[in-house]
Design a protein around this ligand. Structure first.
Ligand SMILES: *Cc1c(COP(=O)(O)O)cnc(C)c1O
Length: 361
């Protein structure tokens, strides 16, 4: 079965580690002697609560999450957080947003429905190939929080530093780079991610939030949008996305077994360098993002023209590589190389890039 799998460069939902898929398949009909699948279990059963608690404990261990943070496992992916964040955290009605791509723009637009949103920086004028330096940020000392997107999935840029905010708490969308490298959780008031890039499968939004931020939200907001209610009920005010949480647990076991986030980071640097080094010496391909802001997870580039982009994508599919087409808003090529993408997949891509350049130069 596995020998027919393709190298799937999709930005999300994306590739899962084969050992995780094998384990999930092996447990599909009868999870550890329970006589049923995880999909069929009550979320209040002891079998499921063990999965749930172990998943949270393993996330805490792998990400080294301090004790004063709560882990919430919620519905609605990352986008639901675009609404929950202003509803709960915009305590004084003001927040700053850094717009470095499509998702941070959506997040800022949503927040503007609920309060005074200032755009601390926008990359719209440079087609989002740049992450602002500290000096380029226009921050307000009295903002309730600063929101940023740590890795821009569509444009292929990534923050390499945590901005200095004069005490304003930072809220970070890490949907496409969470678990790719160690992060100092204490640098952030809240970290969140949709699971379908680097954590598992769609439907789950993972929220890591400092406890002191939980209380006092706007009155009369929908109950499923209340962080404090979700925390008080351990994310089980209603039925949680139970199977997605189980898959997250299996992904975390895989990461932990390989040595954790330092090992992930080394592997990810090795993979990304293979492509970026090739792009840098080529006078055929053009890398999209500024060299200082290159994403380890989403590598974006173009060939000399749109026809060649289309030819590149067509030929790559015939060679067992899928979803290399850039996002519809940018075009070109995008290789999403999350934790689960093996080195061999990236080597296959770079070999093809060389061959394609020779044939089409
Ligand atoms: C994919 C993605 C989202 C949206 O995630 P959903 O789970 O579809 O809501 C938000 N932010 C970033 C950075 C993403 O990559």
């Amino acid at each position: 079965m596995t020998q027919n799998r393709v190298f799937n460069f999709s930005a999300g939902p994306s590739m899962l580690p084969v050992p995780v898929l094998e384990e999930v398949a092996a447990q599909m009909l009868n999870y550890e002697g329970s006589g049923m699948s995880v999909m069929e279990m009550s979320h209040r059963s002891s079998s499921y609560l063990e999965i749930f608690d172990n998943t949270k404990a393993l996330l805490k261990k792998v990400m080294n999450i301090p004790d004063n943070y709560k882990i919430l496992l919620l519905h609605g992916g990352a986008t639901q957080q675009f609404s929950m964040i202003p509803l709960n955290l915009m305590k004084n009605g003001k927040a700053d947003y850094v717009v470095t791509g499509a998702f941070s723009k959506k997040a800022a637009q949503e927040a503007a429905k609920f309060g005074d949103v200032k755009i601390a920086y926008s990359g719209a004028d440079n087609t989002f190939k740049h992450i602002p330096t500290q000096e380029e940020l226009e921050l307000r000392d009295d903002a309730s929080y600063l929101h940023l997107c740590a890795n821009n999935t569509i444009y292929g840029t990534e923050w390499k530093y945590v901005p200095e905010t004069n005490g304003v708490t930072i809220v970070a969308d890490m949907s496409s780079n969470i678990l790719s490298k160690p992060v100092n959780v204490s640098d952030f008031g809240m970290i969140y991610a949709g699971a379908q890039k680097n954590m598992g499968i769609a439907g789950l939004g993972v929220v890591i939030v400092r406890e002191d931020l939980l209380e006092a939200h706007k009155e009369n907001i929908p109950v499923l949008m209340e962080y404090d209610t979700m925390a008080d009920n351990d994310s089980m005010y209603n039925t949680p996305p139970a199977f997605s949480i189980y898959v997250l647990g299996e992904v975390l076991k895989w990461i932990d077994g390989l040595g954790g986030l330092e090992v992930m980071q080394q592997r990810n640097i090795e993979k990304a360098d293979l492509i970026y080094d090739y792009l840098d010496q080529s006078d055929f391909y053009i890398a999209h993002s500024d060299p200082a802001n290159r994403s380890l997870m989403n590598v974006t580039f173009t060939t000399p023209n749109k026809d060649l982009d289309a030819k590149f994508i067509k030929e790559s599919i015939a060679l067992g590589m899928q979803n290399l087409k850039g996002h519809r808003s940018v075009g070109g090529i995008r290789a999403s190389i999350y934790n689960a993408m093996p080195l061999e997949g990236v080597q296959t891509l770079v070999n093809f890039m060389k061959k394609f350049e020779e044939e089409n130069k």
